[in-house]
Design a protein around this ligand. Sequence first.
Ligand SMILES: Cc1cc2nc3c(=O)[nH]c(=O)nc-3n(C[C@H](O)[C@H](O)[C@H](O)COP(=O)(O)OP(=O)(O)OC[C@H]3O[C@@H](n4cnc5c(N)ncnc54)[C@H](O)[C@@H]3O)c2cc1C
Length: 379
Amino acid sequence: MIDFTLTDEQKQLRELARKFAQREIAPLAAELDREQRFSQAIVDRYFETGLLHSHVPEEYGGAGLTSLEGCLVAEELAAACGGVASYLGANNLGLTPFMIAGSPELKEELLTRHCEGPNLAAFCLTEAEAGSDVASMRSTARRVGDENIINGTKQFITNGGVASLYSFFASENLGLGHKGISCFMVPAKTPGISHGKKEDKMGQRAADTREVCFTEVHVPARYRLGKGMDGFKIAMQTLDESRAGVAAAAVGIARAALEAAIAYSKERKQFGQPIAANQAIQFMLADMATKVEAARLLVWQAAHLHDQGLRNSKESAMAKCFAADTAMQVTTDAVQIFGGYGYMKDYPLEKYMRDAKLHQIYEGTNQIQRLVIAGQLLR
Ligand SMILES: Cc1cc2nc3c(=O)[nH]c(=O)nc-3n(C[C@H](O)[C@H](O)[C@H](O)COP(=O)(O)OP(=O)(O)OC[C@H]3O[C@@H](n4cnc5c(N)ncnc54)[C@H](O)[C@@H]3O)c2cc1C
């Protein structure tokens, strides 16, 4: 018997996230988007709810949420603002390599300190010439005594200029391709770290996205995760874990657009009746709602598998791909239902559409997700 009922605790968690998102984020969403402004105040207040370091085990100061619980929260945050949800979620993304491969001693030293305050982490994988093809990265780490010296520039990094801790991927042996990559946890105050300009983005504009440049950055050897040269595996495992959350955020944006479209279609009158009286509009709403629910079920499946300790590469890729495509389609249809008003910045519809688009691109484009799914099918 499959039971989709949430426990009372999970319902309370979702309610907490919803209240926070609607009270603290939604009223600021349009302004942050217009001004392309990152709000540390939201991070500070979110920290007070105890949810900021949601995926970190309680012993290190986090909330210790399961993947499914994290998805419930991500949907609520993104329903209020895709950009804010993205930067709060990127903290967990940046910390996930640590959870996967950090030694207990290093977690005690760096993770516990990070979780003591309203701090953000960033996940530094992408480079100008290494996007989908991560293995072609040019960042290097060379061992000198009991330190690694890292050089390289990462591109499009969420929280790039505001993070206090980076998970940074660099090659210890460029000739070995993906087998030479290692992952390092690096405090942002380490000398030699600088940032590029804040990217001027189409959507999710509240998030601080920039280049992160490492020039002769000296990192203690113990800050390297795992056994070394296993960074590619750590990155892929991180993305398998995080994709359900990104997919959940896409569901949140789609749900917000659907709810707005339902309300508007009942209010807006043309030809003497609400536009919702037209079957053409009803069928659009029915298809939008079906896709949102289907996407949510894929998200919950991917998260549930992870929580059972089972591999979920295919399912998390399916969830991310389907939820992102759903968000794009549902937000586009919602703009259509609003007609000309949907195209205006006075309403949140065009923002939903711009915010949704990014979900088809980051954490592996939807083409790459299809490659992952097909790869699993054809094994
Ligand atoms: C706003 C934003 C925030 C981001 N945040 C982060 C972050 O925090 N950390 C981080 O490390 N990265 C981040 N990224 C980077 C993101 O993950 C990459 O942009 C993404 O992986 C795609 O890489 P690319 O942009 O180089 O595109 P490319 O890899 O150059 O792809 C271009 C196009 O070609 C397609 N393509 C490429 N290879 C194939 C193939 N084999 N088969 C079929 N199609 C293919 C792609 O799907 C895409 O449509 C962010 C990006 C953006 C835009």
